[in-house]
Design a protein around this ligand. Structure first.
Ligand code: GCB
Length: 574
């Protein structure tokens, strides 16, 4: 939900920071303000902003002062964090205002009664980014995590204060189809009689529909079917603006909006349908990763990423391995990307079956996992670009306990949003006991890299063989290959193509794309990865995971030309 008409105080910028190695800050009263001349920039992870903080995943304190003009008094004030973590605890003027777990979804605290109007305010934030087995995703220490990406910490995304009247619109839920069906529901916080005005505007902001609906039990909704809408398509991502105004005692007291697209999704006869047409998802699994800014990718870099993806002929990506920022997904909506939105539950390298069983059946973990997927769905469910949810990456779902966790996640999301198919990225092949619960099967393959190394043809044969077997087990479920790739160090060349050279990566991707795109039961190919990204330190990584076809700075490797040529021959609809 977008709120351009609400007054805001942006709290990005330079803050003070203090590292709290012994977690003594709360006892010592840091929340009342602490002494430190160290500086950190928000939004961005803290780790790479000072070489001394690199390699630290623990507790840090952030603080800043800001002035709130007297004009805002009498309004309701909420402090919004678009993404921070892993655990964030917040104090305003020494008073605790709330806590949130998880780094990749937004959270808000009502601070109306804590703000000093016409005065300076002190905001203190404790970030706890310790790595532990009971977190999502789990780990033991900074270099011993079950996932292959650097565990950045900090206030990764924007922070601001937003003011509304006492009556306001809390949330919006929108459902459309490409045939012009529109359902819009506003959740409203108001104890007074009220109504909402819904207005749909086209790209030129011309009003093409208007309706009013009363507030009933905290909600106001409209349902209609419009003639002659322009559908949202990957090749022509037409966006309308839906504005909702809240009217109390004949006054417009709040207004919000959303960019919406008219599009439908379906799974029929083993195919993925967008607007009733079978689609092929070609693109990447990505990361939000950039030098120095860490888990925050600046808007200008995102724009370059989207142009690069488009120029290669991609129409799709997966938000591996966590929900991406609103800016990232806003661009997906406007560039026409078909997005698989993935939760932060990444379990690639669970140390042992015993650990995995305990983790998957721990009621505290299950509750956290359900909450994290719920926050992800509620934040992004109105986006035309989001065409599927991925609940997990590489879970040990050959184990009953983990398959049961997958089943519960599917059940929970279906209740929140029955309109989108669900998948997860599987690596347990035919032993995976959770494939039965999902609408689309996603498989990750590294044969020809982690096994059959140096032998792309042998690896490919194995990948095709296993995929064929899974298709036979689930003939009505579309299959996507959500990961396949090989590391290449830019500038390393070799004839014949040897591992780690740009030639080996290019050849690996060429052969996988050629063979898999021929199979009629394959409906998508996502290369691992769009760009190189930072990982924990270990003996199988050269500081970065080098499976990007672009470097971390977004310069092309040899594969880019090969992939572009192949992707451009695969039509979006087929
Ligand atoms: C995978 C994981 C991904 C890794 C990748 C790799 O299977 O899903 O997070 O980065 O393999 O390169 O090893």
């Amino acid at each position: 939900m977008k709120t351009p008409r609400r007054p805001k105080l942006i709290l990005n910028g330079f803050w003070n920071i203090k590292i709290d190695y012994s977690d003594s800050g709360e006892v010592e009263g840091f929340f009342k303000g602490f002494e430190s001349s160290d500086v950190v920039y928000v939004p961005s992870s803290y780790n790479e902003q000072n070489p001394l903080w690199d390699g630290y995943a623990g507790i840090v304190w952030y603080q800043r002062r800001f002035y709130v003009p007297r004009d805002y008094s009498g309004k309701r004030a909420r402090m919004i964090f678009k993404g921070a973590g892993y655990i964030t605890r917040v104090w305003l003027n020494g008073i605790f205002v709330g806590e949130h777990e998880g780094s990749y979804t937004q959270f808000k605290f009502d601070v109306t009664d804590v703000i000093r109007y016409g005065d300076w305010n002190l905001l203190v934030v404790k970030i706890d980014n310790r790595i532990s087995i009971d977190r999502i995703p789990p780990g033991r220490s900074i270099n011993e995590v079950v996932y292959d990406f650097y565990p950045y910490g900090g206030i990764h995304r924007d922070v601001y204060l937003e003011f509304t009247s006492q009556e306001y619109i809390n949330d919006l839920k929108i459902i459309t189809t490409h045939k012009g069906y529109l359902y819009a529901e506003a959740s409203i916080s108001s104890s007074k009689l009220c109504e909402a005005i819904f207005r749909l505007r086209d790209r030129e902001l011309k009003e093409i529909f208007m309706a009013k609906a009363p507030c009933i039990n905290g909600k106001s909704s409209i349902e209609t079917t419009l003639a002659n809408v322009v559908p949202w398509e990957p090749e022509k991502p037409y966006l309308y603006t839906l504005e909702v105004e809240l009217v109390v005692e004949n006054q417009v007291v709040d207004a919000v909006e959303e960019y919406i697209g008219f599009r439908s999704i379906g799974i029929v006869d083993g195919k993925i349908l967008i607007n009733d047409k079978p689609v092929f998802l070609k693109g990447f699994s990505r990361h939000e990763d950039y030098p120095i800014t860490g888990r925050y990718v600046p808007g200008s870099v995102l724009v370059r990423d989207f142009y690069l993806m488009k120029q290669i002929g991609a129409n799709s990506f997966r938000t591996s391995h966590y929900p991406y920022s609103d800016e990232h997904l806003d661009l997906a909506d406007s560039f026409g990307m078909l997005v698989i939105l993935e939760s932060p539950i990444c379990l690639s390298g669970m140390p042992s079956n015993d650990d995995a069983r305990k983790w998957c059946s721990n009621p505290i973990i299950i509750e956290k996992a359900l909450k994290m997927v719920e926050e992800m769905v509620l934040q992004h469910r109105n986006r035309p670009s989001v065409v599927m949810y991925s609940i997990l990456n590489e879970p040990p779902t050959d184990l009953e306990e983990c398959a049961e966790l997958a089943r519960r996640l599917v059940e929970h999301i279906k209740k929140l949003d029955p309109t989108r198919p669900i998948t997860f990225a599987s690596h347990k092949r035919a032993n995976d006991k959770a494939l039965q619960y999902v609408d689309v099967i996603s498989l990750n393959f590294y044969y020809g890299w982690y096994s059959e190394w140096g032998n792309i043809e042998e690896g490919l044969r194995k990948a095709l063989d296993e995929t064929g077997k899974i298709h036979q087990l689930f003939p009505s479920k579309p299959i996507i290959i959500t990961e396949f790739g090989a590391d290449a160090v830019i500038g390393l060349h070799s004839e014949p193509p040897l591992m780690w050279s740009e030639e080996y990566q290019a050849e690996f991707l060429r052969r996988y794309i050629e063979e898999f795109s021929r199979k009629e039961y394959i409906h998508g190919l996502h290369i691992w990865n769009f760009a190189d990204f930072r990982t924990p330190q270990n003996h199988w990584r050269t500081m970065l995971n080098r499976k990007g076809i672009f470097t971390r700075e977004r310069q092309p490797k040899l594969s880019v030309r090969i992939v572009k040529d192949l992707f451009s021959k695969i039509p979006t609809y087929r």
